[in-house]
Design a protein around this ligand. Structure first.
Ligand code: BJW
Length: 228
């Protein structure tokens, strides 16, 4: 059996990382909908770097939770039966990896990586790669940005994602509001291909009506229940 799992910020909420659209402490100072854009980086790079540095700090303090761990069990259980888990996350944190997931597709990039706007070189984030520093590959100064996907930019790995979606026997969306495309459109694509669809979330998402079944509750309870 091939299972396609799409995760969003809700799976990391109980690890202490704020979601985007739920009211929460971190976002009182920073509005992600305003800052997660190339225009914001061009206009106010200091503010954008400060936003991402705060997020990096939060991710370093956070630990994977029972929902991340349940997906690791799903991955190994499917592999043992000749199947496959395609774990596609919109999250830029590394909690799936730290829980032990072997293969994670980060469609919106990774917080702990930096990319040069001049040459495209991507490398692990280091404090010295902040504002005003030179790209270690091409030497251009001031162009290092978080290696994430902002509004108006093309998400990563879309071809591999489409292939995996079309080959899936089950589509599961976990902890995502269904507000951001193209990820919000995956359920419709799966449904169109006749693939059963399941939502696991705290509350019905914007696309809840497109799922064949749903489990509502906090991810640390609902994901292990859905998987084990
Ligand atoms: C819990 C819980 C608990 C809480 N347990 N659950 C129509 C079609 C195509 C595109 C568009 C379109 N209309 C507009 C667009 C453009 C735009 C878009 O979607 N805009 C919308 C605002 C409408 N999209 C883009 O620009 C994308 N690029 C693009 O479209 O390129 C062209 C293209 C076209 C067609 C095909 C392919 C390409 C790029 C989008 C980039 C998004 N970037 C961000 C920031 C990343 C960097 C960073 O982290 O700073 O990605 S924005 C932000 O939203 C982040 C997230 O990954 C993403 C999704 O958020 P998510 O994960 O769903 O979080 P929340 O907070 O919204 O929801 C949390 C959920 O968890 C809630 O449901 C809670 O209930 C739940 N929850 N606690 C379980 N304990």
């Amino acid at each position: 059996m091939n299972v396609f799992v799409l995760t969003g910020a809700g799976i990391s909420a109980e690890s202490g990382l704020g979601t985007f659209r739920d009211p929460g402490g971190l976002w009182r100072r920073f509005d992600p909908m305003r800052l997660a854009t190339p225009e914001a980086f061009a206009r106010e790079p200091e503010e954008v770097h400060a936003f991402y540095n705060l997020r990096r700090h939060g991710v370093r303090q956070a630990e994977p939770n029972a929902a991340h761990a349940a997906l690791v069990r799903l991955e190994s259980g499917l592999a043992a039966r000749g199947g496959r888990l395609f774990l596609c996350t919109q999250n830029v944190d590394d909690l799936h990896e730290r829980a032990g997931a072997r293969a994670v597709t980060h469609m919106h990039g990774e917080l702990m990586r930096a990319r040069c706007t001049a040459c495209g070189e991507s490398r692990p984030w280091a404090e010295e790669l902040g504002l005003g520093t030179a790209c270690p590959a091409c030497g251009r100064r001031g162009g290092m940005r978080p290696d994430v996907v902002w509004f108006g930019e093309m998400p990563f790995h879309l071809e591999a994602i489409a292939e995996a979606l079309d080959a899936a026997d089950l589509f599961v969306a976990i902890g995502t509001s269904g507000a951001v495309y193209p990820a919000a459109g995956f359920v419709a694509r799966a449904r169109g291909a006749g693939i059963p669809t399941r939502e696991v979330n705290l509350a019905p998402s914007d696309t809840a009506g497109l799922f064949d079944d749903a489990r509502y509750g906090p991810a640390t309870r609902a994901v292990p229940e859905a998987v084990d």
